[in-house]
Design a protein. Structure first.
Length: 227
């Protein structure tokens, strides 16, 4: 009887393991396609984001700087480095990461400290940063993975550190064709409702300021958080 039970248990474990591996392969496809989009459309995205920047008109940049207790910050999903360069020019010690090799090369050309790294697998030690800046980058993380990412962000942020996050308001998560390539490339997006994301954020951080900002047809959810 024991042998029979053990045999069945082993078969169940093996089946479960295979299913989990298959799910991981399927889920990883979203990341490959998103990365492919950023690498293929690098110039188009850099120009698009530059046109949207108008940093001097956006109060979140100055608020973030004023809230910081120190100068060492990390930008998650830095793109071409426009935000990081702005912070560096104001005396901050900025580290930028992005999964796109092309975007990181652009950052390095601008003299920024940048490296290729997956937001879902942050490789930093505990309490390394005074601030973490994440503008429309964590919206590429699937909803079921975001809690672990937020826990890691909390871990690498120093006590009293500031975390700024900006996401898109909406429902669900899906692949979206890029206008920049006439739909030939796609990126993964997770859309959030305010109360939905606040529940996750409040598990690790104190919300000190929140905004709901409409630009064109897109609504952005912005949060200033404190460890």
């Amino acid at each position: 009887m024991n042998l029979f039970l053990n045999s069945n248990l082993n078969k169940t474990k093996n089946l479960s393991s295979k299913n989990n591996a298959r799910e991981r392969r399927i889920m990883e496809e979203y990341k490959k396609k998103t990365l492919e989009s950023y690498n293929k459309n690098t110039d188009a995205f850099i120009n698009k984001f530059k046109d949207l920047l108008r940093i001097h008109e956006r109060e979140e940049f100055s608020i973030f700087i004023k809230l910081l207790k120190g100068k060492k910050i990390l930008e998650l999903g830095c793109g071409g480095g426009e935000h990081a360069l702005y912070f560096k020019q104001r005396g901050l010690d900025v580290t930028c990461i992005d999964l796109s090799e092309e975007m990181i090369e652009e950052c390095k050309r601008r003299g920024l400290a940048a490296e290729v790294m997956d937001i879902e697998e942050l490789k930093f030690g505990k309490e390394e940063f005074d601030g973490i800046w994440a503008v429309t980058s964590l919206l590429h993380v699937p909803k079921n993975k975001l809690p672990d990412v937020l826990r890691k962000i909390h871990e690498i942020l120093r006590g009293g550190g500031i975390f700024y996050i900006c996401l898109k308001e909406g429902e669900g998560e899906r692949m979206v064709g890029d206008k920049e390539s006439d739909g030939k490339t796609q990126r993964f997006f997770a859309y959030w409702q305010g109360e939905e994301i606040k529940k996750l954020l409040e598990m690790n951080f104190e919300i000190i300021k929140e905004e709901r900002v409409t630009i064109g047809k897109t609504v952005f959810l912005e949060y200033f958080l404190k460890k």
